[in-house]
Design a protein around this ligand. Structure first.
Ligand SMILES: NC(=O)c1ccc[n+]([C@@H]2O[C@H](COP(=O)([O-])OP(=O)(O)OC[C@H]3O[C@@H](n4cnc5c(N)ncnc54)[C@H](OP(=O)(O)O)[C@@H]3O)[C@@H](O)[C@H]2O)c1
Length: 308
């Protein structure tokens, strides 16, 4: 199979396409023929080993001290079940599925991936028919992160939430999910993304290049930092007494119930992945370069077969 690997940490040029044997599923795993994957901010960070100083050594111990332990990057995927391990019961050959690897696993920048049918090293569900493979591949990581943090903040109907960095992957899902929960949403983004964030359903949008949200007189029940570029102390200036601050700079927990919930919302037309750009697998270095800039809008998809 075609796969894109990186043998050392570094700039986008360290990734290279190679031929590898198709992996064989263990008893509890499915082998998925991948039609589409994504490149997330996390994939680009792993490649560059660009971790905050405090986490740099622990991250290198976990992901590989001198060279990367997992050579194939990529977490999210959508495709079709090619074969199943002998104890698999939820999926059958030919099922259209989508999901993400979890924990320390990766490997979706390839034509095939093995993932367990139950949560641990992966979270998988049947793909909703109304999403393309490209859209489905872009749903798990940003969607589950947004859902986890909104639940942690206990956001409910009638409450006000400010989503800081509403134009990224996590932010674009946070805006849509917060609206679904019945909240009033203010999205913060740059000038070029005002229309995008409006189109996701935000009640108000604020251009961070022109206005500082911490000077707003309006108070919020929740401030959701979706790009890790604001702080709890800044957020406090606009939080109501007892309000919650949540940020992507904390650990989140991916679980199958969340993926199924996102799938149901997508199926009902209440949630739509926003796709910025699509790259073929053999242009993955260019995709890394783009994601490295930190200005992607929603999600960047990798097309692995062309009929998606
Ligand atoms: N904790 C977890 O489990 C978890 C899970 C997923 C992601 N993450 C992390 O969450 C972060 C966000 O990831 P992502 O994929 O959603 O987006 P991303 O690719 O990191 O961010 C891109 C978006 O951020 C906006 N942005 C950049 N600088 C900004 C600023 N100063 N203020 C407001 N917006 C700004 C950009 O728009 P403009 O530049 O045009 O403003 C762009 O739309 C990443 O650091 C990622 O590693 C954490």
């Amino acid at each position: 199979m075609k796969a894109v690997i990186y043998k050392k940490y570094g700039p986008p040029e360290v990734v290279q396409q190679v031929e590898l044997p198709v992996p064989k599923p263990k008893d509890q795993e499915i082998l998925v023929k991948i039609y589409a994957a994504t490149i997330t901010a996390g994939d680009a960070r792993l490649r560059a080993s660009d971790f905050p100083l405090l986490f740099w050594l622990p991250a290198r111990i976990i992901f590989g001290l001198f060279t990367p332990r997992k050579k194939i990057l990529g977490h999210e995927f959508a495709g079709v079940v090619e074969t199943t391990g002998k104890s698999v019961s939820k999926f059958q050959v030919g099922d259209a599925v989508f999901g993400t690897t979890t924990m320390l696993a990766s490997g979706s920048h390839a034509e095939y991936i093995c993932v367990p049918e139950q949560w641990k090293q992966g979270v998988v569900a049947h793909k909703p028919d109304n999403l393309s493979f490209k859209e489905a591949a872009a749903l798990p990581v940003g969607g589950m992160t947004a859902l986890y943090l909104l639940e942690k903040a206990n956001l409910g109907p009638g409450q006000k939430v400010l989503v800081y960095g509403a134009s990224g992957s996590v932010g674009s899902y946070a805006v849509q999910l917060a609206k679904h929960l019945g909240a009033s949403v203010t999205g913060v983004c740059s000038t070029r993304n005002l229309d995008m964030v409006n189109s996701l359903g935000a009640d108000a949008v604020l251009d961070y290049t022109k206005e500082d949200y911490t000077r707003l007189s309006e108070k919020f029940d929740v401030v959701f930092d979706a790009v890790g570029k604001t702080t709890r102390s800044n957020a406090k200036t606009v939080l109501k007494r007892g309000g919650a601050f949540v940020t992507v700079n904390t650990m989140t927990h991916e679980k199958t119930e969340h993926l199924v919930k996102l799938k149901d919302l997508a199926w009902q037309g209440l949630l739509r992945p926003y796709i910025d750009r699509t790259y073929p697998l053999d242009e993955l270095a260019a995709a890394h370069t783009y994601v490295d800039q930190g200005h992607k809008r929603g999600n960047v998809v990798i097309e692995i077969t062309t009929h998606v």
